[in-house]
Design a protein around this ligand. Structure first.
Ligand code: SF4
Length: 495
């Protein structure tokens, strides 16, 4: 167990896809012999150790390269509970060593052609370009920041290849007119309500349409999940199209779990052509949560942050990931998930900032049951100077019964149900009024959330209990909305 990689569980190194020339094979062997025991290196061929406090992120079973998922906790990884979350360890050490600013750089997805090969060859090549004399004087000059600058001049071009080229900076969207009804309302300063509608399990769309018709007078936008918990259902794009036809503004959720880099870009181009104007990028629940037989759990081609980066560039620079230009680029409002209670709030807020830098314009948070504890997260976000760059919609779930409350607390990554709410639901169970108590808890939470600075709305996730949404919206005084206009926004308007 290498001392430099806390809590490491041995995983075999990657093998190259193609047979490599002798020199490269020899270099790879030496690199593995050195970096394997020291850093738990898995020979991904796309080394990021400089940015990850010298702990290899390839230990993460999802293969995430930009930070922890919403399921990380100090105790364990939610995908494989037999090991710690390696990203938690990376964050802990980065903060300890004062290297946390390095975690803000949006890092590229793997170039799988390099998996199993050496990274040192690229480093030597870059060092050669700069010149040994320049490097030596940079490392020994004694000037403030000179060592960091010199190392960055070697390693940055290696970790940021030409086809990616990102940084740790914020990139404002390059358009002015709102892309969607949701964006228009948020820009106008409304406290908005969005609601999630569970896609059907069959091709019968009757209930789906009923739910859309029932909810659209009350909400600014309707989210359609993308096979949540890795359980296949009707696709988010199909539900979004049906919502558009019925005059609602859909938020198409799209997961990295089910979309590789090719499919992500083609799906979003297709959805844009159909008129979908809100995209919510998620890494996605692990296959491990699904009913099985389970698909590959260790490969997420793009994480949520990389998805945001690719889609922002697709829209604002009119470019595919491979650099091809798009004559008529898509237009959309880009969202991401935020998870205030997953891991340490200081860590989470750093990840949230990275999402904003990558392209997130709105957050829909994981379910919140403790409005007071939310303040700490909002303060962290404010400290990171991103509150004016993002609209935050807080996730609320009306509890139907005590069993759901206990299940969410124990089993749903990133969800924390305070003891007093669990007790209230338990008492309500004995008195036979669980549903009413669940609604009252939701109303109380919304009342508190409405008063919070920096919060732009709520996101109601009723999980199959959609008929309660109109009552909640009405009783919180948020009222019915005038008819939504988004149906008029057609692909032709932006192409
Ligand atoms: S909790 Fe998430 S980020 Fe952490 S190791 Fe597991 S899958 Fe990776």
């Amino acid at each position: 167990m290498p001392g430099f990689t806390p809590g490491r569980r041995y995983q075999p190194p990657f093998m190259p896809f193609q047979r490599q020339p002798f020199k490269k094979r020899a270099l790879a062997k030496i690199e593995l012999a050195v970096k394997g025991p020291l850093f738990g290196c898995r020979m991904c061929g796309n080394c990021l150790l400089q940015e990850t406090a010298f702990i290899c992120p390839m230990e993460c079973p999802k293969g995430l390269r930009n930070g922890p998922c919403g399921g990380s906790t100090p105790e364990k990884c939610y995908v494989d509970e037999s090991r710690p979350c390696i990203w938690y360890k990376i964050y802990e050490r980065s903060f300890k060593l004062g290297r946390e600013a390095l975690l803000l750089e949006v890092l590229p997805p793997m170039d799988w052609k390099k998996a199993g090969t050496d990274s040192w060859g690229d480093v030597f090549e870059q060092a050669d370009k700069i010149g040994l004399k320049t490097i030596a004087s940079g490392l020994t000059s004694g000037k403030a920041g000179s060592v960091t600058q010199t190392l960055d001049s070697i390693f940055k071009p290696v970790r940021q290849p030409d086809w990616w080229q990102d940084d740790a900076e914020y990139h404002a969207p390059k358009y002015d007119e709102p892309a969607s009804e949701l964006e228009r309302r948020l820009k106008a300063g409304e406290f908005v309500v969005a609601a999630e509608v569970t896609p059907p399990l069959s091709i019968n769309t009757e209930k789906l349409k009923q739910n859309i018709e029932m909810l659209k007078p009350y909400v600014a936008a309707l989210n359609f999940t993308d096979s949540a918990s890795a359980i296949p259902r009707m696709s988010s794009v199909a539900c979004s199209k049906i919502a558009l036809e019925l005059g609602a503004d859909p938020v198409m959720q799209i997961t990295g779990r089910d979309h590789n880099r090719v499919n992500l870009q083609s799906s979003v181009m297709g959805a844009s052509a159909l008129g979908v104007r809100n995209m919510l990028c998620l890494t996605g629940d692990s296959m491990a949560l699904g009913p099985g037989p389970q698909g590959r759990m260790d490969v997420v081609d793009l994480d949520g942050i990389q998805m945001l980066w690719v889609l922002r560039r697709l829209r604002d620079e009119a470019k595919y990931l491979d650099g091809r230009e798009i004559k008529a680029p898509p237009k959309y409002f880009l969202g991401a998930a935020a998870s205030p209670f997953a891991s340490n709030m200081k860590f989470q807020s750093l990840r949230e900032q990275k999402k904003v830098n990558a392209g997130a314009q709105f957050f829909q948070t994981n379910v919140v049951f403790d409005a007071d504890a939310l303040d700490e997260w909002l303060n962290e976000i404010a400290r990171r100077n991103i509150l004016d760059k993002i609209y935050i919609l807080i996730g609320i779930t009306p509890l139907k019964n005590y069993k759901t409350a206990a299940y969410m607390h124990k089993r749903i990554p990133g969800v924390f149900v305070p003891e007093k709410i669990l007790k209230r639901m338990e008492a309500a169970k004995e008195q036979g009024n669980e549903q009413e108590e669940g609604v009252q808890i939701a109303l109380e939470l919304i009342e508190k959330i409405k008063a919070k600075q920096g919060v732009s709305g709520i996101h109601l996730m009723a999980i199959g209990w959609e008929e309660i949404v109109p009552r909640i919206v009405t009783e919180t005084g948020l009222g019915k909305l005038e008819r939504l206009q988004v149906g008029k926004l057609k692909a032709a308007d932006v192409l």
